[in-house]
Design a protein around this ligand. Sequence first.
Ligand code: IVH
Length: 676
Amino acid sequence: MSYQELNSAAVRVEELTTLINDANQKYYEQDSPTISDISYDSALKELQQLERQYPELVAVDSPTHRVGTNAKTTFDSLQHRVPMLSLDNAFGDTELLEWDAKLRRRLEVDGEYSIEYMAELKIDGLSINLTYIDGRLSTASTRGNGTSGEDVTPNIRTIHSIPLKLNDAHTPVPTLIEVRGEIFLTHSEFSRINEANQDLGLSTFANPRNAAAGSIRQKDPTITASRRLEAFLYAVGETSETRFKTQSSLFETYEAWGLRTNPNRRLCSTLVDVLEFIHEWHTRKEQLHYDIDGVVVKVNSFALQDQLGYVSRSPRWAIAYKYPAQQVRTKINDITVQVGMTGAITPVAELQEVAVGGVKVSRATLHNSDEIRRKDIRSGDTVIIQRAGEVIPEVVEVVVSARTGIETVFVMPSICPSCGTVLTRPEGESVTRCVNSRCPEKVRQRFQHFVGRNAMDIEALGGKRIDLLLEAGLIVDVSGLYTLTMDQLLTIDRMGDKLAGNILSAIEKSRTTPLNRFLYALAIRHVGEHTAEVLAEHFGSVNSIRNSSATDLANVNEVGPVIAQSVYDFFSDAQNIELVDRLNSQIHIIEPDTKTVSDIFAGKTLVFTGSLNIYKRDEAEAIVKRNGGKASGSVSKKTDYVVAGENAGSKLTKAQELGVPVITEEEFQQMVLGDY
Ligand code: IVH
């Protein structure tokens, strides 16, 4: 091979890498694809081909290594029966007053006449159109271009707050209705998804809105199901017989049908009331566990709405009052790295302290080195930072025009800043990691996690106190907490009887703890709070989890092969087993109530597939267990029944191939009730 050949291949590799990275960024972070799937796939194939041909050109961070890069998906298109429009914006009170004045002129009403307004929070999520036919969820689509969107029905069916069947017990449901609203993620779920992605070496989402969009646009509904999306419904498209008279009655009816609405709304009889609501939520929005970006003000009466009509793509009868974005400019003094409890090395921007939305901020996460490169963030840069609710602030962009030339490019250290071990970055992952299990910083982080509120909840040991115990050499691993004595604690500088007593009693209180918290506290990679609950509920005891094979674990619903392997590896490690044994001898673990109430399913294994209408899946599986049976996530010859809900897919096919009896959800219910 000639030098020239290699050189031109290198240029092409560079070109393709930039093209793919840009497309990924637009697609994953901004959820707005720039190139067609075909061009994307062909670019990726060409790059793979070149890398095979010239292995010396393979970059450690080549996009071909990144898991999920080729998981681009397309969905069928669904036509909305009534277009989904957008809203006009009002920035500030004056613009809202102008809007109100315009409405009055149009309706030819004078200043005294009161127009009732409904003021609602403007949820910063993803709008969705749900079509219910005869009260059953028929299709669900994204807004798309307003006329037609993407068919995301299987994914939407996994969202617990969206009923598959409307409740018609008290209020009749129409033959057809398009129910509209917003899909969103809470801050805590957003952080959980990003942490899990980071652990898996996948790229993280920039904000909850993008994460919600990314979760809905998944080809595999089980991925959507594993992310706890939520919904608020607030509008209507096409309806057959139901005619709502007001927005307030729409909310009441939706609630009666079992559709979730946002309780933070106010029916206002004057614009002054509306402004009060808007100003109140400007400060209160910090307390919400999801993002809002303003308030939507709607004319309450549908008759008046009809009279006002539409202008271009927005209704005249509604407006979005936008709060100013919580973005501020500051400077990056330094870029440091932080070692996480799993050893993940995260670069952090040390900022010149600023207040963002009333909260002082001096650090911002930079996620990983790919992210730094993509945004070209350098130490010394002036940057725009943003804080979304409780989420750790992040750098939105660099103010390139403010560069002076002395900014320095960040280089990921090659050794762990805490223990000096050479760092590794597994192929295909974007996370650099310290693999030393005794790394002091990892140990410290694991302790912090163990005593945390959602783990063993030993509040008295939070923050710096754990550091004091570690520095004094009083504890080596978390089991040591349970053998600490008053005398030992009193050897610590400035530790009085009172504080030592508080610490001991807090530790004592945590001696009895539910299994799920205990599992979460162990800091097993990929086992967050939700997975810990799933494992606790399914296996019922630490021993049962410990004795399970990776396949047994992977068969549990919501536990994929990666989590299963991680749990299996954890319990295969001699050091971990010893630690769990030591903890077990010190604490009392409350096992979930898995008492059997009957033996209807004794010795039987059931698999649920498709969407269930009568039970939630967890509930159905718990019923099987309470009645002596086993619920599995995959079909085999040993399966006794497959319970097939709507849109059942490959598991149903497999059951049919293997000759496993297939029953409906109704038949399952009859079995439970003893009528089958
Ligand atoms: S009403 C005719 N109400 O804001 C328009 N929209 O900027 C009907 N949004 O596309 C929309 N919260 O995704 C309405 N309480 C709320 C909302 C809301 C969030 C979103 C919605 C819409 C966008 C317009």
